[in-house]
Design a protein around this ligand. Sequence first.
Ligand SMILES: [Zn+2]
Length: 356
Amino acid sequence: MTWLRKAKKGLKPQQRRRELPDGLWTKCEDCGEILYHKELERNLWTCSKCSYHFRISARAYIGILVDEDTFVERFAEVISTDPLKFKDSKRYSDRLKRAREETGLSEAVVCGEGRIEGNPCVLAIMDFAYLGGSLASAAGERIARSILLAIETRRPLIILSSSGGARMFEGILSLMQMAKTNALLARLSDAGVPYISIMTHPTTGGVTASFASVGDVILAEPKALIGFAGPRVIKQTINQELPEGFQRAEFLLQKGMIDRIVHRTELKKTVAWLLRFFEAASSTIPHGPRRRAGESLERFRAASLPIGTALPPPPSAPEGDGIAPPAANGSAPVDAPRDAASPSTTPAEREVPIQE
Ligand SMILES: [Zn+2]
């Protein structure tokens, strides 16, 4: 029996381990780090090691961006039909039914009104999980109505894009949404109402080629794929090697297509800062017909309130809230990946409950 005693002696006392039932951890899709869901949730679904941004739902973005209990959904009654009775390997009507069941959404964009750090705004948030966040007639109509609502209420518009492009199951009807939304955005700009576009991973095709690219301010999440056609198609067409990091947010920031890259944990603060900036500057903005997309920002600049300078804190905001003013186009530094282990990077604001 000595062998048994020996074996027993050699056994280590059972260490107290955190009980982690299956499904409580996720592997980072970029660096492979094992991340616990609670930590991932605290970091708003971004990797604490490499800052990879996991794709999240429109509802999750609303939870992150909008003040609690202030979001009121609008235009949910606008839903897709199947005007062309389209069928490839499956019927389009079946695809719609399945997307609705899987996501709990009725279209690829959730629109509504809400407040961000107390600032009222109109929001349209796309959801990639619903048929690749594709732009179809109903999605386009919801965005169009949101733009009209922003004009009517004179509240800034925020569109968060996450899309594979136009939904080809609706053929030309989906492509028409590009022109429709942009025509209304021109009216929004004429009315002097600001529009902030947020591009997340991925923002491609007809969405990049229309409303996502004409914001007065264009923000993007780190490493987001942003482009019109895919790199393979471009490479074959121009018959040239593409530069490294082509079509990624960092590359596009250098080229001046976007204004700032914002880590998801800083997104709400940055948008709130912009809303306060536009609110403070609105009294000085000269009105008149707009000549090109994004001209409102130029007018704000012309009104001697360049966006690169710090604004006096508005009456409702506490002083020194630590928000760095977004820099002028092209000169903004790329937000460095944040180390979630550092306590200074986990402010209470980050611990926004995510409703999924
Ligand atoms: Zn990672």
